[in-house]
Design a protein around this ligand. Sequence first.
Ligand code: G1P
Length: 290
Amino acid sequence: MVHKAVIPAAGLGTRFLPSTKAQPKEMLPIIDTPTIQYVVQEAIDSGIDDILIISGKGKRAIEDHFDRNFELEMSLVNKEDKRLYNEVRRISDMANIHFIRQKELNGLGDAIYYARLHTGDEPFAVLLGDTIIDSVIPVTQQLIDVYEQYRQTIIGVEQVPEDKVDRYGIVGGKRMSDRILEISELIEKPSVEESPSNLAIAGRYILTPEIFKAIEKTKRGKNNEVQLTDAMRILLRRESIFSCTIEGKRYDIGNKLDYLKTIVEFALKRKEFADPFSTFLKETVNTLPN
Ligand code: G1P
C-alpha cells in the first residue's frame, strides 16, 4: 500500500519574479485556490494520508495555509459565512501534513533525499508542487494501481511536442502495453538529437526506498543540480523502472503562459463564471485582429 506522499516545493520560482519574491510559487492562485492545494487534494483523492512537503526559505505561507487560523475562523463564524468557514476548516484538516526544509537548493534529487527518514522503508508517491493534473481518476491513483502490479519505480509520463523535449526529463524503453513502458533510457532535458522519445516525465512518480542510495551516488547534472532523473538512471542498473502514460490534462504552473491558460480553463469550468466569463472571452476574441 502506498499511503505516503512527498511534495517538493522548495524552488525559488524565479520565472515568476517579482511576484515570488516574498511568496512561494506554489501559492500562486488559480482564481481563489493556491496551486499546491490542488496537488494535496490529488494526493488525498488517491488514498494518501501522510504528506511531507519539502519547503525552504520564504515558504512559510504554505505551512500557514494548511494550518488552522482561529482569528479567521471566528470572524467567519461571526459573519455566519458557513460555506467559507467549512472550506477554511477543511483545508487545515485535509491530511497529516509535515514539513521539512531543504537547506540549500541543490535540485530535485537532493530535495527528495530529505524525505528518507520520513518515508522509511515504504514506497511513496512524489507530486511536484507546481503541476496540477485534471483527470477523472487522480493521476497518483493511476500510478499506484500500476505500482501494485509491478512493485517497482513508476514514472508518470506524457507525450510532448518535439520542440519541448529539452524542458523535461525524457524516457525511452520497451512497450509493455498501451500505456506502460519498461524503461531503458532516462535523460534530463535532452536536446532533440539526444532524446530517446517524446515521452516526458510529468511530475508524478511512485518511488521506492532504493532511490535514496541512488541519490547518494548521483553527481550534479543539468543546471549543476542533483537531478532525480539521473538518480533513477543509476537505479536502473539494479532494477526495473516502468513508465505509465497519464490520463489527464497537465497544467504546468511553473511557466507564465501555461499559468494564464490554466486560470482561463479553470474559470470556464466554474459554475459562477462559466457564462459571464465565456461571454467576455468571446467579446474579447472578436476585438482581436485576424
Ligand atoms: C522537473 C524534472 C523533470 C520533469 C519536470 C516536470 O524539472 O526534473 O524531469 O520532466 O519537472 O515538470 P523542472 O520543471 O523542475 O525543471
